[in-house]
Design a protein around this ligand. Sequence first.
Ligand code: GLN
Length: 275
Amino acid sequence: MSSVAELLAQARRDDLEDAPLILAHVLEKDRSWLFAWPEHELTLAQQQRYLQLLHRRLQGEPLAYLIGEKEFWSLNLEVTPAVLIPRPETEQLVELALTLDLPEEIPVLELGTGSGAIAIALSREKPGWRITATDTSSAALAIAQRNATRHQAANVDFIQGHWYQALSDSRKYRLILSNPPYVMADDPHLQEDGLPWEPPEALAAGSDGLDDLRTVIREAPGYLLPGGWLLVEHGFNQGKAVRDLFDRAGFMQATTRQDLGGQDRVTLGCYPPCP
Ligand code: GLN
């Protein structure tokens, strides 16, 4: 049998960066508990579970799926392989929506919510917004709903369906956001960095990666109030193509913003008449 201190020392020797988080997860404690109780002995079952998870991590499975959670916008969200793991760069989509200076009580639509990350982050910041969040996957929506309950995001309604087909009435929105799949289907990146464990339908979108962005952008005018905004996340090399799609759909002021790494990542535009 091993103690917490012994397992952590071993993990350090093996350079296993995520080991403390995996150990804390197995013991159902937080990380700081490990350092407060170094002498604590694991049961045999706990030790086996820890080694099993560590092994899976070494095979490339993302930490978030192993421990079942990921932090986004300072919120701890449940994640499973049914949903894309929320990325730090997607926080920028949330930030940008907040800088638009929109009124406190507006209808907002998020397409392809996955774990619910974007909708729930917005709900925390804007409790007056009436947010509708869709996903084509009911397994994803079940997780999003649990995350909304966990974070008391009472102003979010989840509905199932493929992009705009989820919407059954003719309601229009002041703001539509989406982080759709945008990776090219044959991008070798899909075989790296834990991506093989994520839902392919949340990552890849046709030969140029723009299949879903085309649908989301082209159909947005039918669902936006005059002066409404569309914000989408996209790949680092898709800024120009996405701005062209905005222009062709009749948007004004299509602008692309960079992520913290300096890469094109989010494009936004206003549907006329614009301020
Ligand atoms: N940013 C993700 C990646 O390339 C892709 C997310 C997405 O397709 N929406 O790892």
